[in-house]
Design a protein around this ligand. Structure first.
Ligand code: GLC
Length: 801
């Protein structure tokens, strides 16, 4: 079978001229003489959906990726025609559709510049092996065009010149360029001439993307079945492309509890109970903050999900409670494979209710995973998802488990070619029965969704926490994720950095890597450098396969322990800052990490940068990625930035050397930023927050910063019980004005701010709070230039001399 577009005239079929055009509100249909229909849906002024059928009939319009909460609506829609085209015009886009062959070209409606243009456009090939079509699309790459996104691909940020496959795959010890791995997110953003657009190919079959790899000036994508069904998302700002894609496929349904943004400790496996307790006690003894402890597969009885090993965990409820009293949330693993065992109630129930996946010719899909031979629930059946959700009742409601870790949900099957189900396995697909060819990429997503439903139900009134390995577009609505079985090497530290940035620009910000590496053993230096990177990842967990030695913060001697503690402490101090970034993500879809290209696409220097990234809105971080380094060169984006450690101000738009001994790493803060900090806690909630620290970084000019807070858990924030502070910083030569606007009904526990100034070029002469002069000495903290003052001010005016 021909899978690529190289041999475009061999086997390829093409639409012919348009013979019929119909408009139904925002849905436009174009039918060709040879029976192809193109349906263009104007979802928003900047989002067009293109859907093709070659048979004259569209399949049922069903997608697991697109959320029902996605915004719709446009300001302007007009369809005109000339001799050669139908012309669709919105307030943002002009799309020409060729009357000759359905090929499209899309222009910016404002300056009429060309954004994206079909090469062969839509074409297809009959698949003799499976029936149906291989559906294909090719577009002409524009001069200097770059490509980003695609989920968890372990490659450099810029995808140009590469080809990728999307097929969710268990990839133990994958490496740079391994493809495909665990996730399928068929969404990329492109950038040329300072303008950016995105393409989301919502087709769950095995699919491919080629970015000028096969032919230098052509970008193409195709799938082994289903429809050519893609969304074109215009920016021109790349940030808006990602925000709109995230709006389409969904933002997290709830904020995570604040503790979920703390540090997590994991290993395969901590058992028996005494071992778990030894680990958690050590954290407290050494005063290394930690919020969550994980139980990997060995907590179960013979790897049977929803059971506990009586020998190793005789009284899980008591243990979980004791851990909770010490500030630890217990998170347990649950895999999809259900052991074939008539004495095991989950298996029996699944069998009785007919919930397990079956082969095309009838028998159950039997596969080997950790417990031995297993059957697998069909999570694409809503009834099965409900059943699965209810299985969490005991674990969560009774025993008190706070989070569930879904693994092996690609689904992974051992000792078989392809490491997963055969193609013929049948799935319900929410009433759109299909084979595994179509359901494979969403299987893990639907498992995580069912788990989320259970956790949501039984954790109530607290917020659920789920983590998954496999994912398809949209999975971010339900769960966090990690990057799977990486390796303890320096290159994997680089890969973790790339994957986290890439996931964030693919709409999935709640992501982290196995810190230190899952397979093999890091040395102390690698572990410390990885922790430094990991504290800037939205999900922050050490995990390892455990068979190569210990990987706890204290496993590498005191020097390393101290470095690790210092950085985990920094994470806890920055929790209100991270929580605010998460809120922006959950609320608006703004990615928590921004690769430099996403941060400043106008600066061509950013287009190929990999290591540096923006954490939240105002912090620039860059890991040290090799051994024996005392610093590194890095690119500072345009603007002025304070070195976090020294307060030295540097100008961006250039590469500079930054000192970073093992106990440090390059971190910069944007001038004008106001960074909120909490005191160091050993776990979230250990202390009542008595004061919010605000680090104010002086600048001449204006800058806006935000701080979002709520009760840290529960759903009251949805009813308006949150606190959002908007700080408007205005700096002049001898003056600072900070205006605060507060919204929301939540009353924070603290009453005062502690304000630290950084880079202040003048001595404070006078202070006014809401137009009342207050003697500096009254507010001054410990004789320095820091102030302690009420959180209630609306305008703080600092006058210098
Ligand atoms: C898989 C997971 C890993 C886990 C192991 C045992 O390899 O990716 O995180 O520890 O299975 O459950």
């Amino acid at each position: 079978m021909i899978l690529n577009t190289e041999l475009e005239y061999k086997g390829n079929l093409f639409p012919t001229q348009i013979v019929k055009y119909e408009k139904n509100l925002n849905v436009l249909s174009f039918t060709t003489k040879n029976g192809v229909i193109l349906q263009v849906t104007v979802r928003r002024d900047s989002i067009l959906r293109f859907r093709f059928t070659t048979t004259g009939i569209f399949e049922n319009d069903f997608s697991y990726a697109i959320t029902k909460y996605a915004s719709r609506g446009y300001n302007h829609l007009e369809v005109t025609e000339d001799d050669n085209h139908y012309i669709i015009t919105t307030s943002k886009l002009i799309c020409n559709i060729s009357k000759q062959d359905l090929r499209t070209s899309i222009y910016d409606a404002v300056d009429k510049s060309l954004i994206c243009e079909d090469e062969l456009g839509f074409h297809w090939e009959e698949s003799y092996e499976f029936g149906g079509d291989v559906v294909k699309m090719s577009k002409t790459a524009q001069p200097g065009e770059s490509y980003y996104g695609l989920g968890d691909k372990p490659v450099d940020n810029n995808l140009k010149g590469k080809r990728f496959e999307n097929w969710v795959t268990d990839s133990y010890a994958y490496g740079r360029d391994t493809d495909p791995i665990y996730k399928t997110i068929p969404f990329y953003t492109a950038l040329h001439n300072k303008k950016s657009y995105g393409v989301f190919f919502d087709n769950t079959f095995r699919s491919y993307f080629d970015f000028c790899h096969e032919r230098r000036n052509i970008t193409s994508f195709w799938a082994h079945g289903g429809e050519m069904n893609y969304y074109f998302i215009y920016g021109p700002d790349m940030g808006d492309v990602v925000v709109n894609y995230t709006d389409l496929t969904g933002k997290p349904h709830a904020m995570p509890a604040l503790w979920a943004l703390g540090y997590h400790q994991c290993k395969w496996s901590y058992y028996p109970e005494s071992n778990v307790k030894e680990i958690t006690s050590k954290f407290r003894e050494l005063q290394i903050p930690c919020d969550a402890i994980y139980l990997d597969i060995d907590y179960m009885e013979g790897f049977r999900c929803f059971t506990w090993s009586e020998q190793h965990f005789p009284d899980p409820k008591r243990m979980v409670k004791e851990l909770a009293d010490d500030g630890f949330k217990t998170i347990v693993i649950i895999d999809p494979g259900i052991k074939i065992d008539m004495d095991y109630s989950v298996f029996r129930e699944g069998l009785e209710k007919d919930y397990f996946c079956k082969r095309a010719d009838g028998p159950y899909m039997k596969g080997k995973v950790w417990p031995g031979e297993c059957y697998f629930p069909d999570f694409t059946n809503p009834e099965v998802r409900e059943w699965w959700a209810d299985l969490f009742k005991e674990l969560v409601e009774e025993i008190g488990v706070k989070g569930v870790w879904n693994d092996m949900n690609e689904p992974a099957v051992m000792d078989v070619p392809g490491k997963t189900f055969p193609n013929d396995v049948r799935h319900d697909y929410d009433g759109n029965q299909c084979s595994h060819r179509k359901a494979h990429n969403v299987y893990g997503m639907q498992m995580a969704r069912a788990t989320y439903q259970g956790l949501k139900k039984f954790s109530y009134p607290k917020r659920p926490f789920v983590i998954t390995r496999a994912a398809y577009s949209g999975t971010q609505r339900y769960t966090s994720s990690w990057t799977g079985d990486n390796v303890a090497t320096w290159d994997h530290l680089n890969i973790a950095n790339l994957q986290a940035q890439r996931m964030c620009m693919s709409g999935f910000s709640f992501i982290g890597s196995d810190i230190g590496g899952f397979a093999e053993q890091p040395n102390g230096e690698l572990y410390a450098r990885w922790i430094q990177l990991g504290i800037f990842h939205p999900f922050c967990r050490t995990h390892s396969s455990g068979d190569h030695g210990d990987q706890e913060p204290w496993a590498f001697g005191d020097t390393i322990t101290n470095v690790v503690r210092k950085f985990i402490e920094l994470r806890y101090q920055l929790l209100p800052y991270l929580y605010t970034a998460f809120w922006r993500y959950a609320e608006e879809g703004v990615p928590i990490l921004k690769s430099l290209v996403l941060y400043d696409q106008k600066d061509p220097q950013t287009h190929y940068r990999n290591d540096e990234f923006i954490f939240g809105e105002k912090i620039l971080a860059c890991p040290v990625t090799g051994p024996n380094q005392k610093g590194r060169r890095m690119y500072i984006p345009i603007g002025r930035w304070y070195n976090f450690w020294t307060d030295e101000l540097v100008s961006g738009g250039q590469e500079i050397w930054v000192d970073a001994d093992l106990d440090s790493m390059p971190i910069f803060v944007k001038e004008g930023a106001i960074i909120p900090k909490y005191p160091i806690q050993q776990y979230v909630g250990e202390k009542t927050i008595e004061e919010l620290t605000l680090d104010v970084y002086y600048k001449v000019g204006n800058e806006i910063s935000e701080v979002y807070e709520d009760a840290t858990d529960g759903y009251d924030y949805i009813k308006g019980r949150y606190s959002l502070r908007n700080f408007k910083f205005q700096g002049k030569e001898k003056e600072i004005i900070i205006q605060q606007h507060k919204s929301g009904k939540y009353i924070t526990t603290y009453k005062t701010f502690r304000i630290h100034f950084h880079g202040l070029p003048f001595k404070i002469k006078e202070i006014e709070i809401d137009n009342v002069i207050i003697p500096f000495e009254e507010l001054r903290f410990k004789g320095g230039t820091s102030l302690k003052l009420t959180k209630e001010f609306t305008e703080l005016h600092i006058i210098g001399e």
